[in-house]
Design a protein around this ligand. Sequence first.
Ligand SMILES: Cc1cc2nc3c(=O)[nH]c(=O)nc-3n(C[C@H](O)[C@H](O)[C@H](O)COP(=O)(O)O)c2cc1C
Length: 202
Amino acid sequence: MAGFHPVVEGEDMEKIVKKASTLFLPKPVALITTSHGGRDNVMTAAWVNVACMEPPQVAVAVRESRFTHELIKGSGEFVVNLPSRDLWRAVDLCGMVSGRNRDKFRLAGLTRGEAREVCAPLVAECPLNIECRVSAELPLGSHTLFVGLVLAVHLSAACEGERGAVDVEAFQPLVLNHREYWDMGRRLGRFGETASELEVVP
Ligand SMILES: Cc1cc2nc3c(=O)[nH]c(=O)nc-3n(C[C@H](O)[C@H](O)[C@H](O)COP(=O)(O)O)c2cc1C
């Protein structure tokens, strides 16, 4: 494996043992939209992830007290909307107040877009919208993990990169890092780049 350098030589390997928590993992933050019984809503969620490739599924962890929880339970649907960094103030606001008694779209200056497969609206300002139907739900404690089968994906034409990928520089995703909003920084390398150094085919 000559020539393969996983980390900078001499990097400090000392670890601090932290209290068991989930807050320190930097990750993209989303807006979850829902609709049921003539009401719709938009809620900020950082605990969103890909759950399965085939069939394509994503998962979001939602606390039972959220209005969003009620609307997902009622409709069996939700949309994951990925904002760009410019939307960070709207994202923050949608995580500060409940939509139970207020229209957060109006409050945050967001526009409802039309979904293809679900009743919930899209957030038109978000460059990426993922329409989902609940395929599984797991009550884990404070939060329920809703797994959603991806029914349709909308990507802003301006954010389409090479070979159908997302152009991250055009998209400028918003990242949450321990109660702070960040952008994503710079490109570091290509998926599978190390394989050529190891002389294996990925
Ligand atoms: C950055 C950020 C990330 C959040 N992530 C989540 C999350 O993943 N799951 C969750 O249940 N609540 C999360 N919240 C809290 C909800 O967004 C918040 O309680 C919201 O007011 C609930 O809205 P609703 O009652 O209209 O559904 C987050 C809040 C912020 C500001």
